[in-house]
Ligand binder design. Structure first.
Ligand code: NAP
Ligand code: G4F
Length: 341
């Protein structure tokens, strides 16, 4: 029988790539989708016709129990979150509820539906759980590169909520013997990345300028450094983590850092443009507290899971610029979420 996966966050960037990957591996894939007329569900369905949808919301414990009862998954991937860091200052409580407490509700749904209780210490036949932890938990880093043992100093309500979900996942593993793991993923991008994140904002900005649809691009802190990889590579790591004999947490990244300035240079150069003529520094886009740098040490994932990233920074940027040029040239509207490559 085909293995069955339940993915929360199915309408997001990672949900789409993970669903594609699991379908290609022969899985029956279910996606948890919220809202009564969520336009992102139809966008997802256009791309992923074979994904089955179950309704539910990370804010609603009963809906998660019903979803798990109905799907009876072998593997649960909890990707649903308020994931845009600046929004977490504007709606800190909602972020705590969805990104933090949502993890508790999902773990409880699995625990209740699989009849796990204190003292039942067997992992056989259990649903396996993946939590989408984040390098934002490292925040003001205490060492570079960051490993599975590096301490956390989150710098945003989002990072704090992710740290709660991370420790809770570890705690359910230790308290109930559940097969529950966290992937501490560094920034990963793609042509399906939300337009609010800096990579996509830049590649869309470049495409608009190149096509004469805009004359400038306003950005915040150009000095921040990130470890950027390709989302398609990172979902493979999620799946590999749940296939390991023992449940453990892993850092996933490329091990290479670039600044936002280098990202901007690469994207404008890919379109044959000089960035300094178009980019405007906008203080209002700076954050109340910044994460200055993030850089992964993915050695554990390489050695234990055999995981390696396959797309370089330059190829990723070029892929995104080309995709956005194609999208806008064909009259596509990224703000309407109309099309996904
Ligand atoms: P994304 O594109 O922003 O997708 C977020 C998903 O969460 C969407 O499908 C959204 O559904 C769903 N969601 C929001 N509120 C929900 C709720 N109340 N109940 C159920 N679902 C809800 O994020 P992503 O880039 O794919 O990232 C996936 C996960 O990895 C997130 O947890 C993110 O925090 C984490 N992460 C991402 C990165 C990265 O660089 N991409 C790095 C580390 C960790 P709607 O369409 O209904 O809004
Ligand atoms: O693209 P960003 O918004 O991503 P950020 O904050 O690093 O968070 C992403 O990665 C995390 C993993 O580390 C995920 F957990 C999280 O869900 C999300 O996917 O910003 C990257 C950097 C920041 O330093 C920001 O200050 O770019 C800088 N930046 C400069 N100008 C900007 C802008 N970011 C955005 N979004 N927009 C700007 O105009």
């Amino acid at each position: 029988m085909a293995r069955r996966a339940l993915i929360t966050g199915i309408t997001g960037q990672d949900g789409s790539y993970l669903a594609e990957h699991l379908l290609a591996q022969g899985y029956e894939v279910w996606g948890l989708a919220r809202g009564q007329a969520n336009p992102r569900v139809s966008r997802m369905r256009k791309l992923l016709a074979d994904v089955q949808v179950v309704r539910g919301d990370l804010l609603d414990q009963g809906s998660l129990i019903s979803a798990v009862e109905r799907v009876q998954p072998d593997e649960v991937y909890n990707l649903g979150a308020i994931s845009f860091v600046p929004m977490s200052w504007e709606q800190a409580e909602l972020t705590a509820e969805v990104t933090g407490m949502g993890v508790l509700r999902m773990l409880e749904a699995i625990r209740v539906c699989s009849g796990v209780s204190r003292g039942s210490n067997t992992r056989s036949g259990q649903m396996r759980f993946y939590q989408a932890s984040s390098s934002e938990m490292f925040g003001q880093v205490t060492e570079t590169p960051q490993t599975e043992r590096t301490g956390f100093h989150p710098r945003s309500p989002y990072g704090v909520a992710k740290a709660y979900g991370h420790f809770l996942t570890q705690n359910y593993r230790e308290s109930y013997g559940m097969y529950a793991v966290s992937g501490i993923l560094f920034n990963h991008e793609s042509p399906r990345r939300g337009a609010e994140f800096v990579t996509r904002k830049v590649t869309l900005g470049v495409a608009r300028i190149k096509l004469g649809l805009a004359s400038e691009l306003r950005l915040g802190n150009l000095e921040a450094r990130r470890d950027w990889g390709f989302a398609g590579d990172y979902v493979r790591a999620m799946h590999l983590m749940l296939q390991a004999a023992a449940p453990e947490d892993y850092v996933i990244g490329t091990g290479r850092m670039k600044s936002v300035r280098e990202l901007v240079e690469a994207a404008f150069t890919a379109a044959g443009l000089d960035w300094e003529q178009y980019v405007i520094r906008d203080q209002t886009l700076h954050r109340p507290a910044e994460v200055d740098l993030l850089c992964a040490d993915p050695k554990k994932a390489r050695v234990q899971l055999g995981w390696e990233p396959t797309v370089s920074f330059d190829d990723l940027v070029a892929m995104m610029v080309e995709s956005d040029l194609r999208l806008l040239s064909n009259g596509g509207d990224p703000d309407q979420d109309s099309s996904w490559p």
